[in-house]
Design a protein around this ligand. Structure first.
Ligand SMILES: Cc1cc2nc3c(=O)[nH]c(=O)nc-3n(C[C@H](O)[C@H](O)[C@H](O)COP(=O)(O)OP(=O)(O)OC[C@H]3O[C@@H](n4cnc5c(N)ncnc54)[C@H](O)[C@@H]3O)c2cc1C
Length: 387
């Protein structure tokens, strides 16, 4: 057993680390005081990061990717979480476009794949609805009705990451209301040919990334844009990439909060000595670093499992363990980081306050902590408590 990164992974990490530190970190605090990224900013930042392997790193070279393993891509995601969770969220969601391409028929692939992987078209994923969150795909209300050669879409999707800037969306739709979950499928919508409305919503952390309500009124989409029906194994696998990504991005943010806390504790003096000299402060630091290491091992095991492509149950078990543990862990770690910084920790013009806010969203998307635990529980016991 080897706990070291490979030489290539060390190089990826170093290049990414140096780039974020030099080119991006200096503007983060000021930019976070503003509104969500404009579409131009999406393109600007994503194009800066593309050569490092971000977004399309795991895609095949045919589509402009670098053919990286998922374990290597995890190294890049961890760095993104360390430096800027808002931009990390953008990268992870746009990177999900690869799973969309793999579910396309040849006609759609020819029309869209290169435009998606070159980032000419930015995408998003519409699963959640005002009345359907954890339960999706059960109970989906968003309707797609076939009329001749077109699907007619009606309904609202919500909490859609990158929704406002998107050029396309994949929407989970009810295709046949008589069939329950079996009647649900995913449709690819090109916004230029099938317009939909978006409205920006705002959130506690990751404030610069778009978070939208997306509304469709008699939106006509070509029949061939149906990607897949329910029970689709490609989709069931792909959602694990998002969950593993959240787990390792959480490790990155937790590490940033720890690094700041360690150096602050060595500089800040009380009672005539650095606060790091107090046993109770050391207790917090040790808890933080131990939890981060546990989380990092869980994440890299999850990504390693993705690379091995085992049966779906094994994949889900390791990925959901990492997602559940790490996204709660980053909240515990940033809580302690604020505590170690005292009043500086809650000042809104200092970084710690942002770390604390940026930790909070992690436990919700791609399945809450409770849902991840039920996924693991199902694999352990063979009993499905999710029904
Ligand atoms: C930052 C962020 C980005 C997001 N991006 C997207 C996106 O791009 N696309 C998209 O479609 N959605 C997105 N979402 C939505 C996200 O997937 C949902 O919020 C999530 O699935 C939970 O649904 P909900 O908010 O409706 O909570 P609910 O399902 O209403 O859950 C509320 C509470 O009940 C608990 N609960 C629910 N069911 C059970 C159960 N069976 N057993 C035990 N406890 C249960 C939950 O754990 C939670 O604590 C995003 C959300 C966030 C916060």
């Amino acid at each position: 057993m080897d706990f070291e990164f490979t030489e290539d992974q060390k190089m990826l990490k170093k290049n990414a680390h140096d780039f974020w530190q030099k080119e991006i970190d200096p503007i983060v605090d000021e930019r976070e005081k503003g509104d969500t990224f404009t579409k131009d900013e999406y393109h600007h930042y994503l194009n800066m990061l593309l050569p490092l392997g971000y977004v399309t790193g795991t895609s095949s070279e045919e589509y402009g990717g670098m053919g990286l393993s998922w374990s290597s891509y995890a190294v890049l995601l961890e760095e993104s979480g360390y430096w800027w969770p808002s931009l990390s969220s953008v990268i992870a969601t746009i990177g999900g476009g690869e799973a969309t391409v793999s579910r396309m028929n040849d006609k759609l692939k020819a029309k869209y794949a290169k435009r998606m992987t070159s980032l000419e078209m930015l995408g998003c994923s519409g699963i959640s609805e005002p009345n359907v969150g954890s339960a999706a795909p059960r109970g989906i209300e968003f309707k797609a009705t076939l009329e001749g050669d077109y699907w007619i879409l009606n309904g609202t999707k919500t909490w859609t990451s990158n929704g406002c800037v998107s050029d396309y969306i994949t929407v989970l739709c009810l295709l046949d209301s008589g069939k329950g979950v079996e009647g649900v499928g995913t449709i690819f919508v090109d916004r230029a040919e099938s317009p939909y409305e978006t409205r920006e919503m705002h959130k506690i952390g990751w404030r610069c990334s778009s978070f939208a309500e997306t509304t469709f009124t008699d939106c006509r989409v070509p029949k061939d844009n149906l990607l897949s029906g329910a029970g689709d194994t490609e989709f069931a696998r792909a959602i694990n990439h998002g969950r593993a990504g959240l787990s390792v991005r959480a490790v990155g943010l937790a590490q940033a909060a720890f690094d700041a806390s360690l150096s602050y504790s060595q500089e800040r003096k009380q009672f005539g000595k650095p606060i790091a000299a107090f046993q109770l402060v050391q207790d917090m630091l040790v808890d933080m670093v131990t939890e981060i290491d546990c989380g990092r091992f869980l994440s890299y095991r999850a990504f390693n499992t993705i690379d091995k492509n085992p049966p779906l149950g094994e994949l889900r078990k390791y990925v959901s363990m990492a997602k559940a543990f790490n996204t709660e862990m980053v909240n515990r770690v940033t809580y302690k980081a604020v505590q170690i910084h005292g009043a500086v920790g809650v000042q809104t013009d200092a970084r710690l306050e942002r770390y604390y806010r940026d930790a909070r969203p992690f436990t919700i998307p791609d399945g809450t902590t409770q849902i991840q635990k039920l996924v693991v529980g199902r694999e352990l016991t063979g009993i499905n408590a999710l029904r």
